[in-house]
Design a protein around this ligand. Structure first.
Ligand code: ZN
Length: 104
């Protein structure tokens, strides 16, 4: 038998939506920053000849917050980390406890 579906409280759902907004917002900012850096890297002196270490560090600094954001998203119902299921948006349903990640 399948358990009856659970939903989040409106407050919990709001937290998920806020996380999505941060996640999307940050991703857009990081993407634009990265594109700008790649386009202007030679002018900025970030890719002098074969030395890409400066650009590498900046890319790492841009990527770390994405990882942190992914790790921070936990299912409000069971506490399972669901960030890695999320990618851009939170999944519809927690794979662990099958709670729908939205208000009813
Ligand atoms: Zn869950």
């Amino acid at each position: 038998m399948t358990p009856s579906p659970h939903y989040l409280s409106p407050d919990q759902a709001r937290r998920i939506r806020r996380w999505e907004a941060w996640n999307m917002g940050y991703f857009v900012v990081a993407f634009i920053t990265l594109l700008t850096l790649l386009v202007f890297s030679s002018q900025l002196g970030l890719s002098d000849g074969n030395d890409w270490s400066g650009l590498g560090i900046i890319i790492a600094l841009l990527v770390i917050p994405i990882i942190v954001l992914q790790l921070r998203l936990a299912c409000p119902a069971c506490g399972e980390r669901i960030g890695w299921q999320a990618k851009m948006m939170a999944p519809d349903q927690c794979r662990h406890c099958h709670t729908f990640l939205r208000a009813r």
